[in-house]
Design a protein around this ligand. Structure first.
Ligand code: HEM
Ligand code: HEM
Length: 147
């Protein structure tokens, strides 16, 4: 008997992993240059010459990431949702993605300067949670579809 599964097309799966890794690298790279490599006498985040390009790459990757998530499509969500065992981790993944997208938008529209550090560090915390939530999601889902 065939084992029920909810696999994604391999290119899409690889694309999701690659973009999540690149978002992580560009986000952490920005933190590195704007904080860790800031001259001692400069306020942080410092305007390091790589800070702008890294953020531009990161912001562009965010569009690509959200597009790839949309390509996951309702079939994956609907078929997966029929298995109660995966629901909690799926909700964690989707909630993390949504919160990242909303806090990411906040960088463009937050008018209050005092809000910015809160936004930044909660976005970073969510960003660190993303690969964990994705790995947990995939691990649980795969365990279910194994014979
Ligand atoms: C209600 C929401 C979701 C549910 C119930 C769900 C359910 C599942 C299940 C059951 C699997 C295991 C597939 C298998 O091994 O046969 C899986 C795998 C996977 N899911 Fe989801 N999923 C949801 C949302 C998402 C979203 C939004 C993403 C986008 C980041 C995503 C990315 C993946 C990936 C990359 C895999 C591994 C696929 C593979 O091995 O080919 N899922 N999901
Ligand atoms: C789906 C995932 C993500 C989305 C949609 C997203 C979105 C965004 C957006 C739109 C910006 C503003 C870019 C700009 O000002 O040009 C931003 C900034 C940033 N993101 Fe992400 N991001 C994601 C994942 C991550 C991850 C994984 C990290 C790693 C920890 C991260 C760390 C950062 C940092 C440090 C900034 C700069 C904050 C600042 O300017 O104060 N993000 N993100």
């Amino acid at each position: 008997m065939s084992v029920p599964h909810n696999r994604l097309p391999p290119q899409l799966r690889t694309g999701i992993y690659a973009v999540v890794a690149a978002l992580l690298l560009s986000g952490l790279g920005w933190l590195l240059v704007a904080y860790a490599l800031a001259p001692a006498d400069e306020p942080t985040p410092a305007p390091h010459r790589w800070a702008g390009p890294l953020l531009a790459v990161h912001g562009s990757l965010a569009y690509a990431g959200l597009l790839l998530c949309a390509l996951v499509g309702q079939v994956h969500l609907r078929v997966g949702w029929r298995r109660p065992e995966v629901r909690r981790r799926a909700v964690l993944l989707v909630a993390t993605l949504l919160a990242l997208a909303l806090s990411g938008l906040g960088f463009y529209y937050a008018a209050d300067e005092e809000l910015l550090p809160w936004l930044r560090w909660s976005h970073v915390a969510l960003g660190l949670l993303l690969p964990v939530a994705l790995a947990l999601h995939v691990a649980r889902g795969r365990r279910m579809s194994r014979p």
